[in-house]
Design a protein around this ligand. Sequence first.
Ligand code: CTP
Ligand code: ZN
Length: 160
Amino acid sequence: MKDGELLVRKINEGVVIDHIRVGRGKIILSMLGVDEKYRFVLVSNVESRKLGRKDLIKVEGWFPKKEEMEIIALVSGEVTINIVKNNEVVEKFKVSPPSRVEGFVKCRNPRCITNDEREKEFVKPLLEKVSGSPLIYSCHYCDVRMDESEILRNLTVSGR
Ligand code: CTP
Ligand code: ZN
């Protein structure tokens, strides 16, 4: 049996987010607004055949929307999102970082229109993917480029 399975039980209804890069599980939970309102587990730094080591999250009674799945992949790269119903995996999504990210990440350019006090209420940040590996996005408005560590530094928590 795999590490992750030894540590946590199967769930009945909810989501299992698998193959998360080590250390990114915590960020994903906070981005999604999954807190003690829910019953969840985060297992970190367990063995994985594919990655060597991985994080894994299980949340009972909660299912991510499409946009939330994309944010999960933005934070961690390729992940596997398993939808569990009646104790069975009924859907398995292998998601990758999205081609466009609206909201969720602030542009790193302080002079960008999306960071302007008067405008930012009307103009949401919008990033477009330039390259997948290495992961690079560019701001739709000011063209500044952001690599993975800059994206992680500029995440804004969405809540729910
Ligand atoms: N899982 C769970 N509760 C269930 C069913 C599955 O917590 N009722 C978990 C499993 O423990 C596993 C993940 O969901 O961590 C995916 O389940 P499954 O597709 O059965 O496992 P694998 O085939 O090993 O997945 P993969 O090929 O994506 O690695
Ligand atoms: Zn910008």
